[in-house]
Design a protein around this ligand. Structure first.
Ligand code: CTP
Length: 400
């Protein structure tokens, strides 16, 4: 089990760090809490001592004989700062060391992770963004804050991600995942689009968004800055991911083009509806007295994957498609997939065999990865998170 330093800086979200601490200690880790002076206005040292079973110290001038300002950082397997305020991020980015937490950050040789929490204005401020950029460029993991209710009446981006989500991200970092997507921006689409016929009815599909979210989580664990464009996904949001919600294929298309413009890699794991009703009827379509069913005229949606490939000017971003295939009388699953890869023009195609309802909404998945260079990689049957990491392995190779 790991030795973790939990840095707590001074924001109202510091009460949530108590829950995070419990998750860490209950899974067997030894946690030393290092709060900042201002955080003690929100949660007192007694809470941290009782929950962690370890002494708590804020400054560097107590227990000097133990040289805590150096030892704590040196012996940690992970330093996790949650919540990380704008002030603490700034100090960390500039190497200031005026309390035990900032000294610990300077002496840590282990992975360092920040879970920022602040008001939207502070998060979006150019100074904070530059500090986040600096920290990420040094290999630190900085999670994206969540969007939601902030202190007072405000809502927006800046909320501390849920403790369980920070915990999951920390476990990934502790698992020693190489930070090979550090400094990279990746975009993943997830879920299934809906095309409305009238205000209450739509054409949709069975995609749950699980695979897309697993890809996003895996990319965060490897240090990437991740945007997920999520079409009707009702799963919990992965920590540290910027989630953009969409409903229709047209909205997915627009957001994917925006996000892909400066991305290093794009994965189209979403299932966009191939067709949409030619018209949207403003009022609910009623049954007719003569019992004649309405005819629905469909038109084809644009192929977002093909468009993203066409829009790139160089080999950036690396583009990955997904294909859910069934074999038929004309060709096998792989033959259909090879033809699709050629048609779409992407670099990699993850091929799922969906005969007999496999894959949709399930935890596990089984797939083959086809490369435009002719490569074929058979993935072992396993959780979607394993498949996600194997996809990123292939992407990383193509980034270098
Ligand atoms: N895709 C897309 N835009 C669409 C349809 C599909 O970007 N309008 C993407 C999917 O996200 C996926 C890949 O294309 O990454 C393959 O999707 P699939 O539905 O298998 O491809 P289709 O071209 O619709 O092929 P098929 O005729 O087999 O349905």
């Amino acid at each position: 089990m790991a030795s973790i330093v939990l840095g707590v800086s001074g924001g109202i979200a510091s009460y949530k760090a108590a829950e995070l601490l419990r998750l860490l200690t209950e899974s067997g880790h030894s946690v030393r809490v290092v709060p900042t002076e201002s955080s003690l206005h929100f949660v007192g040292a007694a809470t941290w001592e009782a929950l962690s079973g370890q002494p708590v110290q804020v400054g560097v001038f107590q227990n000097v004989e133990e040289v805590p300002h150096v030892r704590i950082g040196q012996s940690a397997d992970l330093v996790l700062v949650a919540p990380a305020t704008a002030n603490t991020l700034a100090k960390a980015a500039h190497g200031l060391a005026d309390d035990l937490l900032t000294n610990t950050l300077l002496t840590a040789r282990c992975p360092v992770m920040f879970a920022p929490a602040m008001h939207t204005e502070m998060w979006e401020n150019a100074a904070t963004q530059a500090n986040v950029e600096t920290l990420r460029s040094r290999g630190h993991v900085v999670l994206e804050p969540a969007v939601g209710r902030l202190t007072g009446v405000d809502t927006g981006k800046g909320r501390l991600p849920a403790p369980a989500e920070i915990y999951a991200a920390a476990v990934n970092v502790l698992a020693g995942r190489e930070q090979d997507l550090m400094g990279r921006r990746v975009v993943v689409s997830a879920g299934g689009t809906r095309e409305f016929l009238d205000p209450v009815r739509y054409l949709g599909n069975r995609s749950s968004g699980r695979q897309g979210f697993a890809l996003a989580e895996a990319a965060v664990a490897r240090g990437a800055s991740v945007t997920v464009v999520a079409a009707n996904v009702s799963l919990p949001r992965p920590a540290g991911v910027d989630v953009v919600d969409v409903v229709s294929t047209e909205q997915l298309r627009e957001q994917m083009h925006l996000a892909a413009a400066d991305a290093d890699a794009v994965v189209m794991a979403a299932a966009p509806a191939d067709f949409r009703p030619a018209e949207f009827v403003d009022a609910k379509i009623k049954k007719t007295a003569d019992g004649v069913a309405p005819q629905i005229h469909l038109v084809e949606n644009p192929d977002i994957l093909v468009e993203l490939v066409a829009a790139r000017t160089s080999k950036r971003p690396v583009i990955v498609g997904f294909a859910a295939e069934t074999g038929d009388a004309t060709a096998s699953v792989i033959e259909h997939a090879r033809a699709k890869l050629a048609r779409k023009g992407c670099d990699l195609l993850v091929v799922n065999d969906v005969s007999a309802g496999k894959v949709f909404g399930q935890e596990d998945s089984e797939a083959v990865l086809l490369g435009a260079d002719g490569s074929v990689t058979q993935f072992a049957h396993g959780p979607k998170s394993d498949l996600a990491h194997q996809v990123w392995d292939a992407v990383v190779q193509r980034l270098d």
